[in-house]
Design a protein around this ligand. Structure first.
Ligand SMILES: NC(=O)C1=CN([C@@H]2O[C@H](COP(=O)(O)OP(=O)(O)OC[C@H]3O[C@@H](n4cnc5c(N)ncnc54)[C@H](O)[C@@H]3O)[C@@H](O)[C@H]2O)C=CC1
Ligand SMILES: O=C(O)CCC(=O)C(=O)O
Length: 447
């Protein structure tokens, strides 16, 4: 089996050399899916995985815009239309200086299986730009978003490709992009999700990824007859996903000890409560400041510059910032400190070595494609509401989100439960995600 997997990975690497993040995501999936294909005649000999690693379409385009000093700026824009077997391409847009083809292809690849797990009819895609929103004025952000959409509008549509937010893209950016799309196409459709409530957005979409990750952690703990109540939780990031992970963890009676950003982390031994969370939301969403400013208002907390929070003793860790933010050494420190559960809010935050350590220790570990699927799931529900020209209540959407997270958990149990009872959530998510996409591809022929 090892030879088959190695041979496959060598072939993919040949075509995608210099794309380490993409290769990491492919390797993690291939380890589980290739043995499954070999054991299942229905999927064997059809080159399904080889077809899935090849994006259906990669769009790369120039974005030009004028900054506040009158200088012409040039950025690179991308949209990876990865797989449309089960529905229109669906996935976020990331605006961050680190954005490149490898990062967007890994995100688009994972999105295919994540979207499949939600059981909603959405294919997978991802896009973005190397534009750095940090320090930009409101006018610059608007002009950049408009310039981005002035090219992307040709390639998307409510039944073709429906982008949303990701790092650096929130409701503000989605609003500016929708405004430009509407102007260029002269039509009001659900072409983007994560919209504001007054123009077709869904209740609970902002909360969905963070809430969903905590709902998933709860489901995992239930298998051990445990709950999140009273647990110490360490969270990284301080953006959309992290903020609402904190909120839901607090609702369920946990104590949250940390938050972070790319400058370092804050540790608050008294716990980040509702009032402190409201401060962080204002700091990050309105003032657009640094997490280090937390200790100016809450001086009993400490700020640790340039470090991640994994050294803080906890029961549960929720990585909610970015890819590869938790390595093998971090994983061993978490395990040494008695951590029993890791649910990823971010996409691929744990390195392969970290995943290996969690699995070897047999703790509850969920990969992002399962535990952070709540965001895209509610995006799918936003698409449904747009098609119906209707809006569900907060309660209705939250209940649907809970049910979807519970169903994803069941799918992971179905395909990931080992002979000794240990649940390999990585294997479960990879195989369950693969099966639906593979069945659709088989039904649609070689296209
Ligand atoms: N927004 C959504 O609905 C979903 C987001 N995700 C993933 O969750 C993660 C966070 O995304 P959002 O909260 O939406 O973005 P955001 O832009 O609201 O926040 C990103 C957070 O990550 C931190 N960050 C970024 N780069 C970092 C670095 N190099 N080191 C440390 N911290 C860093 C930022 O300071 C910020 O706190 C990403 O991996 C994203 O792909 C996954 C599913 C859905
Ligand atoms: O809501 C969406 O369409 C995409 C969310 C996303 O980018 C993700 O799941 O990583």
């Amino acid at each position: 089996m090892k030879n088959i997997i190695d041979g496959f990975l060598a072939l993919v690497k040949q075509r995608n050399d210099h794309e380490p993040e993409f290769m990491q995501a492919v390797e993690e999936l291939a380890e589980n899916v290739i043995p499954f294909i070999v054991e299942n005649e229905r999927y064997y000999g059809k080159n399904l995985l080889l077809r899935m690693v090849e994006p259906e379409r990669v769009l790369i385009f120039r974005i030009t815009w004028v900054d506040d000093n009158g200088e012409i700026q040039v950025n690179r824009g991308y949209r990876i239309q990865m797989n449309s077997a089960i529905g229109p391409y669906k996935g976020g847009l990331r605006f961050h200086p680190s954005v490149n083809l490898s990062i967007l292809k890994f995100l688009a690849f994972e999105q295919v299986f994540k979207n499949s797990l939600t059981s909603l009819p959405m294919g997978g895609g991802k896009g973005g730009s190397d534009f750095n929103p940090k320090g930009k004025s409101e006018g610059e952000i608007m002009r950049f978003c408009q310039a981005f959409m002035s090219e992307m509008y040709r390639h998307i549509g409510p039944s073709t490709d429906v982008p949303a937010g990701d790092i650096g893209v929130g409701a503000r950016e989605i609003g500016y992009m929708l405004g430009m799309y509407k102007k260029l196409k002269n039509e009001f459709t659900g072409v983007l999700t994560g919209k504001g409530l007054s123009y077709g957005g869904s209740l609970i979409r902002p909360e969905a990824t963070g809430y969903g990750a905590v709902y998933f952690a709860q489901k995992m703990l239930e298998t051990k007859k445990d709950t999140i109540f009273g647990k110490n939780v360490v969270i990284s990031g301080s953006g959309n996903v992290a903020q609402f992970a904190v909120e839901k963890a607090l609702h369920l009676g946990a104590k949250v000890l940390t938050l972070s950003d790319s400058s370092g982390y804050v540790y608050d031994a008294d716990g980040i409560d509702e009032e402190k969370l409201a401060f962080v939301m204002k700091l990050k969403n309105e003032k657009r400041g640094r997490i280090s400013e937390y200790i100016e208002t809450y001086p009993k907390a400490t700020f640790v510059k340039g470090k991640t929070p994994w050294g803080i003793k906890c029961d549960i860790a929720l990585p909610c910032a970015t890819q590869n933010e938790l390595n093998g050494d971090d994983a061993n420190i978490l395990l040494g400190n008695g951590c029993i559960c890791v649910a990823e809010g971010a996409n691929m935050p744990s390195t392969l070595k970290a995943v290996e350590a969690f699995q070897k220790a047999k703790i509850l570990y969920a990969p992002g494609k399962a535990s952070n699927a709540g965001g895209v799931a509610v995006s799918g529900l936003e698409m449904t509401q747009n098609s119906l020209r209707y809006q569900w209540t907060r309660e209705e959407v939250d209940n649907k989100l809970k049910n979807i997270m519970s169903d994803i958990h069941k799918s992971c149990l179905k395909y990931g439960t080992c002979d000794d009872g240990y649940v390999d959530y990585v294997k479960g998510a990879n195989i369950a995600g693969f099966v639906k996409v593979a069945d659709a591809m088989l039904a649609q022929g070689v296209v």
